[in-house]
Design a binder for this molecule. Structure first.
Ligand code: THU
Length: 130
């Protein structure tokens, strides 16, 4: 599975998105322990309770015992997207847990290239355990 394929898997996850309030469908796919796991955003009428696609994918993988995360890809149905601040912190937590600087894969603004950045690059000087 290369990272372009992982991005395509994230696109498949869009069909599981439940986003009646924002109308922004977000899909994620992660590679952990040699398998792929999907996630999608899931909203709630009390908006703050909504869950992002990336966090949904990490919990999905965890429930299958897959915590050794190599990479996570994210897409939306309305163009390029990068993980929100909360998800960056959540990915950082997963990276501390498995001891890998997780790769985050997303589309470039033009939609032609794919971008691959490490979580340490997307969340520099992250808050960690004191
Ligand atoms: N969203 C994600 O799923 N991931 C992100 O990293 C950014 C935002 C979702 C949350 C909400 O359901 C919708 O996008 C609009 O903010």
């Amino acid at each position: 599975m290369d990272y372009r394929q992982l991005l395509e898997k994230a696109r498949e996850a869009l069909k599981f998105s439940y986003a009646p309030y924002s109308n922004l469908r977000v899909g994620a796919a992660l590679l952990a322990n040699g398998k792929t796991f999907l996630g999608a955003n899931y909203e709630c009428v009390s908006y703050g309770l909504s869950i992002c696609a990336e966090r949904s994918a990490i919990i999905n993988a965890n429930m299958a015992g897959a915590t050794d995360i190599e990479a996570i890809a994210v897409v939306s149905d309305k163009g390029a997207i990068t993980p929100c601040g909360a998800c960056r912190q959540f990915i950082y937590e997963a990276s501390m847990r498995c001891g890998r600087d997780i790769k985050v894969v997303f589309e470039s603004e033009s939609g032609i290239k794919i971008e691959i950045k490490r979580i340490s690059e997307l969340l520099p000087e992250a808050f960690g355990r004191a």
